[in-house]
Design a protein around this ligand. Structure first.
Ligand SMILES: Cc1cc2nc3c(=O)[nH]c(=O)nc-3n(C[C@H](O)[C@H](O)[C@H](O)COP(=O)(O)O)c2cc1C
Length: 315
């Protein structure tokens, strides 16, 4: 079977998970092409005939990142004139709540005559907390891990992809999925909370050495190196993916309270955390995860109430 995995990854977690899925499918002698959504021209040239597509993204603001919307017109064009549904599978990476992100995305795909065959969410370290808090703090250790038994879960996911792709060929098999009734209301509130929480990307011009790394890495080409200064084209088009912040060698980039401290979320840090979880290490925080989620929810709502008024007057 031929597979195409299309993913977006702000800081690399989803890329790593995509590569792990690719490895496992290739081990089963399938062909797998891995494409970042940032290579839109490659996606445009894709021939999806007799291929199964897998789509992966990080959960942003309780749903899928805006950049994923770029995929729909391209896929719509590819589906035109086709008599049959095409199979696809979905996966996401998240830190605390995957919410209805997969369901929201799947619904849009189904409108384009794609049929969901399998989905999975993978709990990963937080790319925000990664750089804000000290490695010794509770906040850091309570979110900076990949879920227990992630290697087994990836094996199982790859098995399901292969089995359900075969099942799909001779039947009208589809994976049923439902969202929660209150989720669309929750999404509206959360959108506002998140808008407050990630105020604006700021570049401290005194610290910036105009190396241009941030501009080179921005997935929306929203940062431009003007020679004397790095300029932000459109503050509101920013995905808040944090990639620029994690690449800035001068720690000149901030998103409200988020600024990188001396410890950075690097490939090395991530791979170490992944290897730890994959080797069977059991996180002592995992069982406590629900209480962490609850505390975080209360803290976020308090933060929102406090900052909301300020934001409205600042507009
Ligand atoms: C703007 C933004 C919003 C996020 N929102 C959520 C969220 O709603 N729920 C969650 O569990 N994780 C959330 N996260 C954490 C990411 O989903 C998580 O760290 C993910 O693995 C990052 O993947 P990446 O490295 O491929 O970008 C958010 C991260 C960012 C940058």
């Amino acid at each position: 079977m031929d597979y195409v995995l299309i993913y977006f990854s702000g800081t690399g977690n989803t890329k790593l998970i995509s590569e792990e899925i690719q490895k496992r499918l290739e081990k089963k002698h399938h062909n797998v092409e891995l494409i970042s959504i940032e290579s839109l021209d490659r996606i445009e040239r894709l021939n999806l005939q007799k291929k199964v597509i897998g789509i992966g993204f990080p959960v942003y603001k309780f749903t899928y990142p805006d950049i994923m919307n770029k995929l729909f017109p391209l896929l719509k064009a590819k589906q035109e004139g086709r008599q049959e549904d095409s199979p696809f599978f979905l996966y996401c990476t998240y830190t605390r709540f995957d919410a209805d992100s997969l369901h929201n995305f799947a619904r849009k795909m189904e409108k384009l005559a794609f049929r969901l065959i399998v989905k999975a969410s993978f709990k990963c370290p937080s790319n925000g907390i990664a750089s804000m808090k000290s490695a010794e703090s509770y906040e850091y250790s309570s979110v900076m891990f990949f879920e227990d038994n992630i290697a087994d879960k990836l094996d199982q996911f790859a098995d399901e992809i292969a089995n359900n792709s075969a099942k799909y060929q001779n039947s009208d098999f589809r994976l049923k999925h439902t969202g929660k009734i209150y989720d669309s209301i929750r999404l509206k509130i959360v959108e506002d909370i998140e808008r407050t929480k990630y105020p604006r990307l700021r570049i401290n011009q005194d610290l910036c050495n105009i190396c241009g790394l941030c501009a080179a890495h921005c997935p929306e080409t929203n940062l431009v190196n003007m020679g004397k200064k790095i300029c932000i084209i459109d503050e509101f088009a920013c995905l808040h993916c944090l990639r620029c912040m994690h690449h800035c060698p001068k720690y000149a980039i901030s998103f409200g309270e988020l600024t990188t401290g001396p410890q950075r979320y690097t490939i090395k840090v991530r791979n170490k955390l992944f290897d730890k979880a994959a080797s069977g290490y059991k996180e002592k925080y995992w069982w406590d995860f629900n209480s962490i989620r609850k505390k975080w929810k209360q803290k976020t709502i308090k933060y929102w109430i406090l900052h909301r008024r300020w934001r409205k007057t600042a507009k």
